[in-house]
Design a protein around this ligand. Structure first.
Ligand code: SF4
Length: 427
């Protein structure tokens, strides 16, 4: 049996390559572990920028299963590839999973797709579905599957214990290709990302896929296993990314991690993502920095130039000042995620937020505000008529941000150099 796991060819300028690399390559690793006596071929074309023909080469071998991973902007590329696969190898069963399924599962519930993953931990749901299909049985959980022209939903998807979560398959992504891609994005390090927690109990935003795909319960990989993996070092990468929506949400877990890492590999560098609030505690920042923390990314979304108002409930300037002081003292880089084009946000708000973050020493990481949740209610005909390829966070421009398109492109591409008053990009 051959399983072909593919990220369809659809290169975009996304700065979170390491995060998507973690998700995609870990699923490859899980499929390999579940089917040790079968061939699992991985082609990360959407991550490395490889053209579609690279995938066609694999299709010519007529795999038994084609597993497509599709983010929203890749949905048309996934569909095109699935149609090509059906033409080249009619007997290949086509499964699809990924973030697009959170918002537009109906886009895929049609020929030539056979199975779409709807819930559960996707690597387990995929592997269980493949196992059943290979035996001539219907999938049991976490999917919608095709039966002639009809689609059937199974029971909700099952999850894995944290100890069973896969680590990235290092063979799934070419580190040289990854290095080149991050240079294009002006990022400073090559990061090796692996999952240490899933689920977000905060559930603060309809556009955010995390609670929808991972659930609202914070689940964790065991500390011992996490530290063991860290101790191997990030090579050929330079830094670990502990992939998690909320690094310190589980305070017992983080205390145990700090204690164990201090014993085993205190110098191994890592970064992660979290809310900003916990880092107002200086002792926490100091402890984490002592065991290798180099950076934290956190969502600001936007501040309001009129300081008597708030556009989002997340943070205020006083908190940011405290956190900035702690990060500066302990050598931790703070990366502040902001959004452009949020409801009620003005050009002044965008510029004020950006300036303040730079002045405080944070690295601003702006993205277009992508209202993915609005896609859910679109009909198939409407989705087909839309340009879904622009629904990525680095391309989605909404003029209500008050920025010109040229300014949007500049602030997204080179946030640190963005100064609209002197910018040659300004309209
Ligand atoms: S934005 Fe962050 S805190 Fe809010 S739901 Fe998403 S992962 Fe959770």
């Amino acid at each position: 049996m051959q399983i072909l796991h593919v990220s369809p060819s659809s290169p975009v300028f996304d700065k979170t390559l390491h995060y998507f690399q973690a998700v995609f390559s870990a699923t490859s690793a899980y499929l390999k572990a579940r089917f040790p006596n079968h061939e699992v071929v991985t082609e990360a074309a959407g991550l490395t920028g490889a053209p579609e023909r690279v995938i066609v080469r694999h299709l010519a071998r007529k795999p038994d299963f084609l597993v497509l991973w599709a983010r929203v902007w890749e949905a048309p590329a996934a569909r095109q590839l699935a149609e090509l696969a059906r033409e080249i190898s009619p007997a290949t069963r086509i499964l699809v999973w990924g973030e697009s399924l959170v918002y537009i599962p109906h886009y895929f519930q049609r020929e030539p797709f056979d199975v779409v993953v709807l819930s559960g931990d996707p690597e387990r749901v995929l592997a269980d579905a493949i196992e059943r299909l290979a035996q001539g049985l219907d999938p049991e959980h976490g999917v919608s599957f095709r039966w002639g022209h009809d689609w059937h939903d199974t029971s909700p998807g099952r999850t894995l214990e944290g100890a069973e979560w896969p680590f990235p398959d290092l063979a799934a992504i070419d580190p040289v290709g990854y290095h080149t891609a991050r240079l294009h994005r002006e990022k400073r390090t090559d990061d090796l990302s692996f999952t240490i927690s899933r689920g977000c109990p905060i559930n603060c935003a309809a556009w955010c896929p995390t609670p929808r795909k991972e659930g609202v319960k914070d689940r964790r990989r065991p500390v011992e296993q996490t530290v063991e993996y860290l101790a191997r070092g990030p090579e050929p990468y330079q830094l670990f990314q502990l992939h998690s929506p909320l690094l310190v949400q589980d305070r017992l877990w983080i205390a145990e991690l700090i204690a164990r890492k201090a014993q085993v590999c205190p110098q191994v560098p890592f970064k992660s993502v979290d809310l900003v609030n916990p880092y107002a505690e200086e002792a926490l920042v100091a402890e984490l920095a002592r065991v290798g923390l180099k950076g934290i990314g956190f969502g600001i979304e936007t501040l309001c130039a009129d300081r008597s108002r708030r556009l989002t409930p997340k943070v205020d300037e006083r908190l940011l000042e405290q956190v900035a002081a702690h990060f500066a003292r302990y050598g931790v880089e703070g990366k502040a995620y902001t959004q452009l084009g949020l409801p009620g946000q003005s050009r002044e708000d965008v510029l004020y937020t950006h300036r303040l973050l730079l002045d405080l020493g944070f690295v601003p990481r702006p993205t277009g505000a992508t209202p993915f949740q609005r896609l859910r209610s679109k009909s198939l005909q409407e989705l087909d008529a839309m340009d879904l390829t622009r629904w990525d966070r680095k391309s989605y421009y909404d003029p209500r941000s008050g920025l010109s398109h040229a300014e949007f492109l500049q602030i997204i591409t080179s946030p640190r150099g963005f100064a609209p008053e002197v910018s040659p990009w300004a309209a």
